[in-house]
Design a protein around this ligand. Structure first.
Ligand code: C2E
Ligand code: CA
Ligand code: CA
Ligand code: CA
Length: 278
């Protein structure tokens, strides 16, 4: 900002500042939001393709700032990662998601809850103990917690990752590979990593009916997963006409705008209640 002094605050308006200033502002506001616990989790249903039942929900972080508006996680999570704030934000997300899933179970609707884990969280030596403590505090059945990790993150410190995964599996916690197919890895890691679910990235699903190559990739991922006793979730399912293809390929679950956008916890609970009494 050129003019310092009393009006310098105004110059923080996003369009007037450099990218660097913007990031600093977002970081400052993230810190504040963390203190005030002013984040929110939305939940997006995951639906079993065979019986159309909701079997899980992915927790997705939402943040509204008075001045900056609603910023998408793709914008603020990288900043939270660079500043290290993602550790505390991630702790909050994990605890909040487990607490919410526990209320679903208590209300007779045991759904899995998917929680996105940043590589910085996953690589911390205390990660497994943290997760165990959250499960103890919230009373959530470990088999209802599904940690979503991307393949690049797992392969960064391969030996430590394998050890962490084994300890999580020993607790009965579920592991999903997020955005599967978009990493740079070879497939060989799947031989040794104890993984329950592959989530096929939405970029392969988007044009799957028109694009033969995407079709080949999706079909191969499903076969690979099933041959290795893993489940498959298709992400980013937006249109009805994809369902026959996914069903025919025996994809296990789908997640996407077709069924529901991510919604506040209360809306999901209401929906589940309505579908039960229907
Ligand atoms: P992701 O884990 O791949 O999450 C799925 C994203 O796809 C979500 O975006 C979701 O709203 C969007 N989506 C769902 N269905 C559809 C669809 O049918 N079509 C399209 N085009 N998009 C769909 P969102 O909520 O903006 O999150 C973006 C990313 O931010 C997430 O990608 C994840 O990497 C990250 N993220 C979100 N919440 C958290 C969190 O609590 N912790 C961490 N570490 N990362 C998070
Ligand atoms: Ca995810
Ligand atoms: Ca994903
Ligand atoms: Ca992602």
């Amino acid at each position: 900002a050129k003019e310092m002094g009393r009006d310098s605050y105004k110059s923080y308006a996003p369009q007037l500042t450099t990218k660097y200033d913007q990031k600093l502002l977002i970081e400052k506001k993230l810190r504040h939001a963390l203190e005030l616990r002013s984040f929110e989790l939305f939940y997006q249903p995951q639906v079993d393709l065979k019986n159309q039942q909701v079997v899980g929900a992915e927790a997705l972080l939402r943040w509204h700032d008075k001045e900056l508006g609603t910023l998408p996680p793709d914008v603020f999570i990288p900043i939270a990662e660079k500043s290290g704030l993602i550790i505390q934000i991630g702790d909050w997300v994990l605890e909040e998601a487990c607490r919410e899933a526990k209320t679903w179970a208590d209300n007779g609707q045991a759904l899995r809850v998917g929680v996105n884990i940043s590589p910085l969280q996953f690589q911390r030596p205390d990660f497994v103990n943290k997760v165990k403590k959250v499960l103890q505090r919230t009373g959530l059945d470990p088999s209802l917690l599904d940690l979503e990790i991307t393949e690049n993150d797992l392969l960064y410190h391969q030996e430590e990752s394998l050890d962490t995964l084994r300890r999580l599996k020993a607790e009965g916690i579920r592991i999903s590979i997020d955005d599967f197919g978009t990493g740079y890895s070879s497939l060989s890691y799947l031989r040794q990593f104890p993984v329950d679910t592959l989530k096929i990235d939405k970029s392969f699903i988007k044009d799957v009916l028109m694009n033969k190559k995407d079709q080949a990739i999706v079909t191969s991922i499903i076969q690979l997963a099933h041959n290795m006793k893993m489940r498959v979730i298709a992400e980013g399912v937006e249109t009805k006409n994809m369902l026959p293809f996914l069903f025919e390929q025996q994809c296990d679950e789908m997640q996407g705008f077709l069924y529901s956008r991510p919604v506040p916890a209360a809306s999901l609970a209401e929906y589940m209640e309505a579908s039960r009494s229907a």
